[in-house]
Design a protein around this ligand. Structure first.
Ligand code: ZN
Length: 299
């Protein structure tokens, strides 16, 4: 009996400390946030842990690629990212908040590139924040709403010139609808470059808070479905037309399978704002080209 007890103590001593450390680490995840998510093949799985045992079970069943690793020197862990918000581009000054001139846009891209910013997509942001993966240094998201033809004729050549990524939010009914909106051939060409990805901005650019629940749901679900069928990749972010949203709408965006919703409040986006209220920094076409730098924390 005594010998067996000694063996037991030795074993506890050998495994006890690492086990305690493991429990402590899992405890942080399990208690700090009882919900955990992972993004897998375009779906977001939500896991709720009621106890540490559940968290351990979840952790040991993660595929190899989900094992938490340290960031390399070229990568960073970051909980906040600036998302720049653009709409339209023009060759000459329009004196309109929503029109940024080609010259100003080029200066802005050059600034970001020369100051070490790495443009990322919402897909990459989803992996970073939901799977706890690192991002490239000084991440920034360039987002453009509405799918105007000038995105293709003016912004896209500049994105290629500076090898910068952008995410364009599409209103599906407006795709190729008139000369002001690009169509599927342009979408395919831009996605083919590996620089531009497309996300959702509804079916018909409605203020969701003013619609019936069924109508609002169609705006969210149908836009995602149309885009995913054509693009053959998950659409992860919804840009609220006009920025209008409320708790009910945010819940519906989540239920529709989006990972993020964006508004235009003016600061860095962070998970603590709530994944469905990510702030953006509006790049105002009437301000000097470098004014947006004021909003950046790393100049
Ligand atoms: Zn819009």
């Amino acid at each position: 009996m005594r010998a067996e007890g000694g063996q037991m103590r030795k074993r506890l001593f050998r495994y006890g400390l690492p086990l305690l450390l493991l429990l402590a680490v899992l405890q942080v995840f399990a208690v700090g946030s009882t919900d955990a998510y992972r993004v897998y093949q375009g779906t977001r799985e939500k896991k709720t842990f009621s106890n540490v045992g559940g968290a351990i079970h979840y952790a040991v069943n993660l595929p190899r690629s989900y094992v938490i690793r340290t960031a390399t020197r070229r990568e960073v862990w970051t909980s906040e990212v600036p998302i720049l918000e653009y709409h339209a581009f023009s060759t000459k000054q329009e004196h309109d908040v929503w029109f940024v001139t080609a010259d100003a846009f080029e200066k802005q891209l050059r600034y970001l590139s020369e100051h070490g910013y790495s443009s990322i997509s919402f897909q990459e942001l989803a992996k970073a924040w939901y799977e706890h993966r690192p991002l490239p240094p000084k991440p920034v998201i360039i987002s453009i709403d509405d799918g105007y033809m000038n995105n293709y004729t003016i912004a896209y050549p500049l994105l290629k010139k500076y090898k910068m990524k952008a995410s364009i939010f599409l209103t599906t009914k407006m795709i190729g609808a008139d000369a002001n909106h690009f169509g599927w051939p342009e979408i395919r060409e831009m996605e083919g470059s590996g620089l531009v990805t497309f996300e959702a901005h509804g079916v018909s650019h409605q203020n969701l808070t003013k619609l019936s629940e069924a109508h609002a749901r169609r705006e969210l679900v149908d836009a995602k479905q149309v885009l995913e069928e054509k693009l053959e990749h998950p659409v992860v972010c919804y840009s609220y037309p006009g920025g209008y949203n409320n708790a009910k709408i945010r819940q519906m965006v989540e239920a529709a399978g989006y990972f993020f919703g964006t508004v235009g409040k003016g600061g860095y986006a962070s998970m603590s704002q709530g994944a469905y209220e990510l702030q953006r920094i509006i790049v105002n076409g009437t301000q000097p080209p470098y004014q947006f730098v004021e909003s950046l924390k790393d100049k």
